[in-house]
Design a protein. Sequence first.
Length: 264
Amino acid sequence: MHRYDQLSVLVSLVLLGIALSSIIELPIKPLTLIVLDRSFPLSLSAPQIIALLLAAMVWTGTDSMVRSHPKVRSAGLWYALTFCPLPTLFTSVAFFLVLPLSTNRPFWLGGLALIALLLSMIIVGELYTIDRNDGIARLGLNLIAYLVALFLYIAIYKEELSPLSAVAALAVSGLLALDLLRVGDTGRTWLCALVAGLVMGEAAWALNYWPISGLRGGMFLLLIFYVITGLAQQGLLGRLTRWVLVEFAIVAVVGLILLYNYAP
């Protein structure tokens, strides 16, 4: 099957799964997560179970399409895996954003159409960047990655359990950094993504103790993530100069001022 035929099937299955989530009722599964010798009771609801299944499906579907490209097959497994996180995390975010609209059919159908369009554009953009060093496609993927990161950081910051929030921020940041930093050697990309994830996990843990709103906390985490991944990307491209450091320092200071004065 041609990769674009696979894409149409994958997007159709994602839309079907989202549609079924408003109809199917599954029992809640209680779980216990142990982090740093502390136990955290968790429960998986029906939407969360379906979201996990859709995320797994998008990951495997994207991986299959990417691996069909000769350049990716020759580059190896670790390079192929850098294409999967962004479509997967986008699907998870989009699922939970459109789920509350199920009672309003026009908005719900519009949300489904938008998910189909954006998911298709993300995967096509990922495939397009394999052959070409296209600035527009890369810019679009970066923008979506930062928007996905913002939504996830806001959701993470609303959690009251600091160790769990730190683990979630580490995972989300590391996965998104793989896509953002796919600009050079694969080994260095994974190393920088791991470092970015660890830094964001520590930042989320510390920031969780600050009495600020979820939106402000999420935006602050996004600012840190932007600076870290931006500096890492410039380093991987061999462009990390004194003026680049000054530029990102200015962005960080301006961002902090705007967050302090204008964020809700």
